[in-house]
Design a binder for this molecule. Structure first.
Ligand SMILES: Nc1ncnc2c1ncn2[C@@H]1O[C@H](COP(=O)(O)OP(=O)(O)O)[C@@H](O)[C@H]1O
Ligand SMILES: [Mg+2]
Length: 415
């Protein structure tokens, strides 16, 4: 009987440890997941270092924990193998999804899997634990190196610092095909957005709206033609001077599991509380943030936790505004919000665009009516261009789109 008692005890002990280490793996995975989901935001806000540090911090915590467990002589061999296998499954699922959504290409995936394999093997040979885990952390660092390395395009060696936009943003006969793809996604797109005005991109899903918007922060370069800021080809400009003046709100709201303050400042220490509060106020987020128990220090729980969809969107808008960008790129969410959130978002957008040059991928009638020009994209080409009234009169694709996409929205009924 005493033997059985010991075995039961040991069993409980192991079980508890299994649960704890699974929790820690889950934390690492969730921070890594955020990094994949948020890759556009991370790039646009130049958060690479901040985010990599967070992932490595979590890995370090996991490593310390495993070390302690091993010292405590728990049956770690099979356990760690299980845990790592689980990690791999999570990574594969996440990265597979990324590729589908077009944020990573197949080449990236291969690199990622190699890095993971390199990470897994030393973990398996946990006999000389410390060395092995050190090695796996080095591999993990390589994984995040690749996040740093790949999507950024080369900067010209004599790159110029762009001054703040003074006249216009211009697309000049832009053609684009995604790397490795045969077919062009954009054909011969030309239009200008004068300083302080707003251009709305509309078109059916897959028309190329998001792709067009991605050329502005230079997530990609045109395959032919140019994107110009005050006449300067973006390829000649430094990425920092370009991205520092662009505020980006992606269609899917990406927030990180940190405080609201950190989310708005996107990992940058340079913003004062006053600047953060001002951005939140314009985004109509200040009031509800103040009402939270911890105000700006409230953490965004896993996936947004207690915040509503509309509140999350407004935090994302505040983040885009905190650097006082001259250019605002707004990919409006299509998801239906309740009427109150919808109004708050509408007001947030109205105030956010004041004094900025804005490109909005529009799904709201209110936004479209406000636009100085509407660009209608179909299969990658501009088919119509003008104001709402002009386009409705033309009775072409826009008026069809208008009936399908916009006229049925709740605001249209109120208009
Ligand atoms: N990363 C990518 N790699 C290859 N093709 C892509 C990628 N992203 C989008 N596409 C393709 O480009 C076309 C335009 O997509 P997108 O710009 O997202 O359209 P929209 O925003 O108007 O719905 C679609 O055919 C889409 O499948
Ligand atoms: Mg899109």
């Amino acid at each position: 009987p005493p033997v059985i008692g010991v075995i039961v005890q040991l069993g409980r002990h192991v079980k508890k440890n299994v649960r704890r280490s699974l929790e820690r793996v889950a934390t690492v995975a969730s921070v890594a997941q955020e990094s994949f989901r948020g890759i556009m935001i991370i790039k646009a806000f130049r958060m690479e270092e901040h985010q990599t540090a967070r992932v490595l911090g979590e890995l370090e915590r996991l490593r310390k924990y495993m070390k302690r467990m091993i010292r405590a002589d728990v049956a770690v061999g099979p356990l760690s193998e299980f845990v790592m296998a689980l990690g791999v499954v999570v990574f594969m699922l996440l990265s597979g999804k990324r590729v589908q959504e077009g944020l990573m290409d197949g080449g990236d995936l291969v690199i990622l899997y190699f890095a993971l394999a390199a990470m897994l093997d030393p973990m398996r040979k946990l006999t000389s634990v410390n060395n092995a885990i050190q090695g796996s952390i080095a591999s993990a660092e390589r994984v995040f190196d690749f996040i740093d390395a790949r999507p950024d395009l080369a900067e010209a060696h004599d790159a110029v610092a762009l001054p703040r936009l003074g006249e216009s943003l211009e697309f000049d006969r832009v053609h684009f095909a995604y790397p490795g793809a045969e077919d062009e996604v954009l054909h011969d797109v030309s239009f200008g957005v004068p300083k302080g005005s707003m251009a709305a991109l509309v078109g059916f899903s897959g028309a190329g709206k998001t792709t067009l918007a991605k050329l502005v922060p230079r997530f990609y370069d045109p395959t032919r033609g140019r994107v110009l800021l005050d006449g300067i080809d973006l390829r000649a400009a430094s990425l920092k001077s370009l991205r520092d003046q662009i505020g980006l709100v992606t269609q899917e709201t990406i927030l990180f599991d940190e405080s609201i303050r950190e989310n708005i400042a996107c990992g940058c220490q340079d913003y004062t509380d006053e600047q953060i509060r001002r951005a939140a106020t314009i985004a109509h987020a200040h009031d509800f943030i103040e009402r939270l128990p911890h105000g700006y220090d409230s953490r965004i729980g896993e996936g947004g936790g207690t915040l509503s969809g509309g509140q999350r969107q407004r935090i994302a808008i505040a983040r885009a505004l905190v650097k006082d960008p001259s250019i605002l790129i707004l990919d409006e969410a299509t998801s239906n919000l309740d009427t109150e959130s919808e109004r708050a978002i509408q007001r947030a957008i109205e105030e956010s665009i004041v004094g900025r040059t804005t490109i909005v991928i529009a799904h709201r009638l209110s936004t479209i009516l406000r636009a100085d020009q509407i660009i209608v994209l179909d299969k990658g080409a501009i088919v119509e261009q003008g104001t709402h009234a002009e386009l409705v009169r033309q009775n072409g694709l826009y008026s069809r789109l208008y009936e399908v996409q916009f006229a049925s929205t709740p605001e249209a009924a109120q208009e």
